[in-house]
Design a protein around this ligand. Structure first.
Ligand code: KG4
Ligand code: ZN
Length: 383
């Protein structure tokens, strides 16, 4: 059976029909002229189950972006099936590249370079994007930047905020990572703390499964939490009172499981819709408390005046609200990208690629993707 890509996101330059599919380009003549004056980087992101391509000017202005998500396909599996995800990228990628080029009114020859998410991620998925980027770069003689997905989540702040000041402390909270970083330039962040077990997004997804909700559970819990009472359940906030930058979400996840299913599976709670909403609100409040308090602590310890937050969990409405109020109260500048640039996207890859190409940090035809690898010192062997 042929898999049909499910389009679900785009930007103002792309017209959406009622089902959210991509329609014709709407770039005006002025916008095309403006685009011609910028250094344009085409970014490719394929680290997990989303295939994304974007063209970004000068590391900050998104000219066109498209995402084909396989999330609906994986809802039935309760998670991503790596081999299927890789095949989905192969099917989607060529069409998406054509699509952004035509939407931006740009030829491959007029690009300043290409950028591709090269690590970390599912190896089969990464291979598809990296191979496509290497082939185009080689054939067209374009510079290629190998981008760290986690560093790119922090570089996303440049897309929505032209004047980002460094140094800053960053938090990346996603399905696979929940860590704090300190950086003095895009792509130059080092890890300073984070989770010792589950990532925040992973904890949301597992808590949602406990409550009988679909994958990915984070967005569903977010919507339901708005209707619930966060004080209906008492859940732990690990390490919240210590002076380290450690996070742990295994405790809150297990506490929720025991309260809902009962100890050893005996005496489970019967949850109606309101009960599920309350559990979502209580769980979300616990995770948000931990993420925000340790971010403020990180800024204090490292004496920075600005913080950046990215990753899929940064789409969470309660987290966004609390970040806004808490950083204002602490006198910190908050860089928080739009939700679509917090979740996995290719604009963030192109944004960071712009800075790497500008600094001459280029990848060659020997570039190989890596399943692991965290934000940290640049790997010389992959240059
Ligand atoms: O950054 P991302 O799109 O992919 C990874 O690199 O992991 O993050 C996906 C994670 C999933 O665990 C998802 O449940 C979570 O982000 N997420 C949310 C929300 N939107 C996505 N978690 C809580 N609230 C949300 N609104
Ligand atoms: Zn991500």
């Amino acid at each position: 059976m042929q898999r049909v890509p499910h389009w679900h996101n785009s930007r103002k330059l792309v017209r959406l029909d009622v089902k959210g599919r991509i329609g014709a380009s709407v770039l005006s003549v002025d916008e095309r002229n403006h685009a011609a004056a910028m250094r344009l980087v085409l970014g490719i992101e394929s680290s997990c189950d989303e295939t994304a391509v974007a063209i970004v000017g000068d590391g900050q202005q998104v000219l066109a972006e498209v995402i084909a998500s396989q999330a609906d396909d994986f809802a039935t599996w309760g998670g991503v099936v790596p081999e299927l995800a890789a095949r989905g990228h192969v099917a989607s990628l060529p069409g998406l590249i054509d699509q952004v080029l035509s939407q931006a009114g740009v030829q491959l020859e007029s690009l300043a370079g290409l950028a591709v998410g090269a690590w970390p991620g599912l190896i089969g998925s990464l291979l598809t994007g990296v191979t496509a980027a290497k082939v185009i770069a080689q054939r067209r003689g374009l510079p290629l930047a190998a981008v760290d997905h986690i560093q790119a989540h922090l570089a996303a702040v440049h897309l929505d905020q032209p004047n980002v000041t460094y140094p800053l402390v960053g938090l990346v909270a996603s399905g696979g990572h929940s860590n704090y970083y300190l950086g003095d330039a895009p792509g130059r962040f080092v890890m300073i703390g984070g989770t010792i077990d589950d990532a925040a997004g992973e904890a949301f997804d597992k808590a949602a499964a406990t409550l009988g909700l679909e994958y990915p559970g984070g967005p569903i819990m977010d919507r339901r939490a708005a209707l619930g009472n966060p004080r209906a359940l008492t859940l732990p906030r690990s390490f919240i009172h210590d002076d380290t930058l450690r996070l742990s979400f295994a405790g809150i996840k297990t506490a929720l499981l025991y309260q809902i299913k009962g100890p050893l599976g005996r005496d489970p709670m019967t949850l109606d819709e309101n009960g599920i909403n309350d559990a979502c609100a209580a769980f979300q409040a616990g995770v948000v408390d931990c993420l925000v308090s340790k971010l403020l602590l990180a800024a204090k310890i490292h004496q920075v005046r600005a913080v950046a937050v990215g990753g899929g969990v940064a789409c969470n409405s309660e987290l966004r609200a609390r970040l806004t109020t808490a950083t204002a109260a602490a006198g910190l500048q908050l860089y928080l990208p739009k939700p679509r640039h917090c979740a996995d996207n290719a604009a963030m890859i192109a944004a960071l690629g712009h800075f790497q190409i500008e600094r001459g940090e280029l990848a060659g035809p020997d570039l190989v993707p890596l399943p692991t690898g965290n934000a940290g010192p640049r790997r010389k062997s992959l240059r």
